[in-house]
Write a protein that binds this ligand. Structure first.
Ligand code: VAH
Length: 299
């Protein structure tokens, strides 16, 4: 039985594919309230804790104090809880766990990590603390570094990669997207379906197969220009203008351009299924259906 923190956030657990998670009840909990988390674990006989709660890159820079509480104190709570209740623990990391001095094209699993956001720093801390608890106490800690995750079921949540969600909503509503990154800004991205499937397959992998505790996973890397061009194959009227935001452009320019995920592919058989064409087609059809069902106009 799995407890997922942050399940109503951008990683879209509300409607996971049934072959991924069989959704259970949603309950309100505060990752800073250890006693409450402990009660949830004991009362629901939890065996796995999937810890999604975190402030993302841009929103974290606007509220460093809250980001430290949620992303670091919250992480320490789930680490202690996992030990105390003999849980297995999955915590995602991110392309944001790398910085301007990391190899960027591609970024390997093991290299210099000096991120320049509190989000990235907290995620590197999570990787290191989880691996320490594994080696020191035997905790079954597992971590995947996610690319920018693209889902039709959630609104952008304060990240740097969020233009790649917003552009689809704009394409089907106003027909115009103003992009806060330069047209040539290449970033690793992944469809939410691949993200959930990778997580479940990794959680199910026998520990004897894992040469690492933290793995990069990749699916595709694209620029705003490339995703706009692919959308325009379906919606030729889409107009994209570029107005780079210095904060988000600086963050994006410090992140990997591509991920090397060869260890994940070798150790536990990771293989992505959505490329750019499949992502665009699925996002447009999903958002088109949601807007139509909601009685909203579709451009
Ligand atoms: C962000 N979407 O942009 C998140 C993500 C890979 C980046 O962690 O902050």
């Amino acid at each position: 039985r799995i407890l997922i923190t942050g399940g109503l956030g951008q990683l879209d657990i509300k409607k996971p594919p049934p072959e991924v998670y069989k959704s259970g009840p949603f309950v309100y909990a505060d990752v800073l309230d250890y006693k409450n988390l402990k009660e949830l674990v004991v009362n629901n006989r939890i065996t796995w804790l999937v810890h999604y709660s975190a402030l993302l890159s841009v929103v974290g820079e606007a509220n460093v104090a809250l980001s430290r509480k949620i992303n670091i104190t919250g992480l320490h709570n789930v680490l202690d809880l996992a030990l105390e209740s003999c849980l297995r623990l999955f915590v995602p990391s991110t392309i944001g766990a790398f910085g301007p001095t990391s190899p960027r094209d591609p970024a390997p699993d093991l290299c210099v990590q000096r991120p320049r956001t509190i989000y990235g720093v907290s995620k590197v801390h999570g990787e290191l603390m989880g691996e320490y608890f594994h080696h020191k106490y035997g905790l079954d800690f597992r971590c995947l570094r996610y690319p920018g995750v693209i889902s039709a079921n959630t609104q952008p949540g304060g990240g740097t990669t969020d233009y790649a969600v917003q552009i689809f909503h704009d394409a089907l509503s106003t027909g115009h997207h103003e992009c806060y990154l330069r047209p040539d800004t290449r970033l690793p991205m992944m469809h939410i379906g691949d993200c959930h499937r990778a997580t479940v397959e990794f959680m199910q992998a026998p520990q004897c197969q894992l040469s690492l505790r933290t793995y990069n996973i990749a699916a595709m890397s694209f620029t705003p220009e490339e995703v706009a061009t692919e959308i325009q194959k379906h919606l030729p009227h889409l107009k994209v203008t570029y107005n780079p935001d210095p904060v988000r452009q600086t963050i994006a320019d410090s992140w990997p351009v591509r991920f090397d995920d060869s260890n994940a592919r070798r150790d536990w058989g990771w293989k992505s299924t959505y490329g750019l064409e499949e992502l665009v087609s699925d996002m447009l059809s999903s958002i088109y259906e949601k807007r139509t069902n909601a009685g909203l106009p579709v451009s």
